[in-house]
Write a protein that binds this ligand. Structure first.
Ligand SMILES: [Zn+2]
Length: 231
């Protein structure tokens, strides 16, 4: 398979665990993920066949986490649910400017706001994924979280099977080391059509097609010019 950046031949490696730097959170690790490495231009490209499902799984792990939400968590949940700051703040009943400070950690998330954000997010997901979304179960967990707990864990989501429950792991867990499992033989990706989304931090994602549910912040990506979206 050829590198998306320079079109020279590139190698795909599969990792047991890989820090997912394409999003605003700094503690999300992906398990069983394929990464394209180009020896020529040194680019690394995560290959995510089901990014919408994956981001939903990350959102659920964040909203159910056994500790107070951080500003970055609040921001991720809002964007993952596909809301502008203005609309989201309005639903929660906080002035936009105040909510913006909260998201940017210039103001702590209070226990009350923590609850409001969780309920609002779960409700938004219920509307989007009505059929198989277990709102009652998730609300039960989210509302029983002790928000006095400090967040001192990483979140691990299985990229191959995002619907499986995510894990909360201590940062020093050996499961989060970055052991290379194998070099996967160059192949054509089993998904068509593909869109290429470039993330500001230098990573790229391969996604099956443009998908609103991915809900990545607009300012953080641009779709390559040479791609035509398919329905
Ligand atoms: Zn390259």
């Amino acid at each position: 398979m050829n590198c998306f950046e320079c079109n020279r031949s590139a190698e795909i490696k599969k990792y047991k665990a890989y820090l997912y730097e394409g999003i605003s959170l700094d503690n999300v690790h992906l398990f069983n993920v394929e990464v394209m490495h180009c020896a020529d231009c040194k680019s690394e490209t995560l290959i995510l066949p089901r990014p919408a499902k994956l981001h939903l799984a990350i959102g659920v792990a964040v909203v159910l986490q056994p500790a107070r939400l951080s500003g970055a968590d609040a921001k991720f949940l809002r964007r993952n649910a596909g809301f502008s700051l203005k609309d989201w703040a309005k639903r929660i009943g906080i002035a936009d400017a105040t909510y913006s400070k909260l998201e940017n950690s210039h103001r702590p998330v209070s226990p009350q706001n923590d609850r409001l954000i969780r309920v609002n997010y779960l409700n938004a997901l219920k509307q989007k994924h009505s059929e198989d979304f277990h709102l009652a179960k998730y609300l039960e967990i989210a509302l029983s979280v002790n928000t006095e707990n400090t967040k001192d864990f990483a979140i691990a989501v299985n990229a191959e099977k995002p619907e499986a429950d995510a894990k909360y792991l201590p940062y020093n867990s050996p499961l989060l080391a970055k052991p290379e499992v194998s070099v996967v033989e160059a192949k054509t990706l089993p998904i068509e059509p593909l869109a290429k989304v470039r993330i500001a931090c230098g990573y790229s994602l391969m996604i099956p097609a443009f998908n609103q549910e991915l809900a990545l912040p607009e300012e953080n990506y641009n779709v390559s010019d040479n791609f035509t979206f398919a329905a």
